[in-house]
Design a protein around this ligand. Structure first.
Ligand code: AMP
Length: 219
């Protein structure tokens, strides 16, 4: 099964994706995480992406698509895939459909996580993430047991530079302009689109998310 998680930055997609991927043994493909890893490793892609990311802008489609295609090549065709933060433009969504068709696969479900802007701003400013295993926490809503330490792998948690207040505003605007049109794209798509209200307790959201994905898997 291939699931696309759609929604604005800070809505909690990453937290939910990591949790469900572990529960289902699915591949979690977060282009944001892949780009941050490329930056840490100092690859050509990482260097090319750096400025865009720090300004809160989208990295150009061709770079993202090469990254995703390369990553998909390494995923077994029977493995469930959860796309998190990808696609973010209509060109990316169309290219994803084409790349999956070549593998005899397709997007099976789109889950749209929704929350108001003021909630997103608080979520982003409180966010702490683990560069080691990708787990995401929030000091206000979903704090780790020990301050600054990942519950899952004991890695040191970091506050992302692009979660700074100035960049957060820019990222929300970029979402509205470039990614929100994907909602209409997926409303017209063969895959069903499920909406989840994300301004709620993280466990409650997870139960609804997991149920939606498992139901689609049995459909
Ligand atoms: P994220 O962790 O998903 O919020 O992504 C962090 C940053 O990486 C974004 O603000 C973009 O600069 C870049 N990025 C991640 N995924 C994509 C994508 N699918 N298309 C373009 N840029 C992306």
């Amino acid at each position: 099964m291939v699931v696309v998680l759609l929604g604005p930055p800070g809505v909690g997609k990453g937290t939910q994706a990591v949790r469900l991927a572990v529960a289902m043994g699915a591949a979690h493909v977060s282009t944001g995480d892949l780009l941050r890893a490329a930056r840490r490793e100092g690859t050509a892609l990482g260097r090319a992406a750096q400025g865009f990311m720090d300004r809160g802008e989208l990295v150009p489609d061709d770079l993202i698509l090469d990254l995703v295609r390369e990553h998909l090549d390494g995923v077994d065709h029977d493995t469930d895939v959860l796309f998190d933060g990808f696609p973010r433009t209509e060109d990316q969504a169309t290219s994803l459909d084409q790349a999956l068709a070549k593998l005899d696969r397709s997007v099976d479900l789109v889950v749209l996580f929704e929350a108001d802007d003021d909630v997103l701003v608080r979520r982003l400013s409180g966010r702490r993430s683990c560069p080691n295993c990708g787990s995401v926490y929030n000091v206000f809503f979903n704090a780790p047991a020990e301050d600054g330490v990942c519950d899952r792998c004991a890695g040191e948690l970091v506050h992302r530079k692009d979660d700074d207040p100035e960049t957060v505003g820019r990222r929300l605007q970029v979402y509205m302009d470039e990614t929100a049109p994907l909602i209409a794209f997926y409303e017209d798509h063969d895959a069903p689109l499920r909406r989840i209200e994300a301004d709620r307790d993280v466990d409650e959201i997870y139960r609804e998310f997991e149920a939606a994905v498992r139901a689609e898997g049995q459909a």
